[in-house]
Design a protein. Sequence first.
Length: 246
Amino acid sequence: MRAIVADDERHLADDLQRRLQRLWPELQIVSVVHDGAAAASALEALKPDLAFLDISMPGTSGLDAARSAPAGCRVVFVTAYDGHAVQAFEQAAVDYLLKPVSDERLARCVGRLKRHTEAAPAELLARLQDLLAAPAKPEPLRWLRAQVGQTVRVVAVEDACYFQSADKYTLLLIPGAELLLRTPLKELIAQLDPRQFWQVHRGTVVNVRQIVSAHHDLQGKVWLKQRDRPEKIAVSRSYAHLFRQM
């Protein structure tokens, strides 16, 4: 089996390639590209059996690039949003992975690809109906309100360095300050832009744009260093794959 990988975030494309090669050593990844036009060209020129395509890429989207897939090529869309589900299945996608993709979810996808030359129409329809039944996601949260004494402080979400669970509340860490939000982290995660804010621990969500480096210690634990906060942030094993190449 021959495959291509397309994702405009290079570190995510490289990480997906490594994880696929570990889960499926026999799979030949013949091309890794970083925009929709290059994906379409690779599909036409290389005629792979499989294509793992990000949907939101510069220029041509993954959905448009998929139209260049040769007959018999199975397409798996990998994206941060589920709003493109209908279009994805109209393009005959065999699976639809939401970022960040866990090792368990990727393993299930690989297992499905190994077992079936293509997903049965009934199976595709059932998955599509499940996605359609889910409520539409609102626009990502843009502003945060924190109570400081008798004052309400308004903070732009993009200024957050990271969020830390504090029982029924959430600690908001920004440059030079710690603020308390009266919203549990679990509820807050659903409102954040998943492209910018990654969960790295059961009780921690980080702003990816703040990350300077990821350090791997002798025990294999990953620690993140941020630009505007002095403390190191621990990454649990469940999310360590996001930083393997850093």
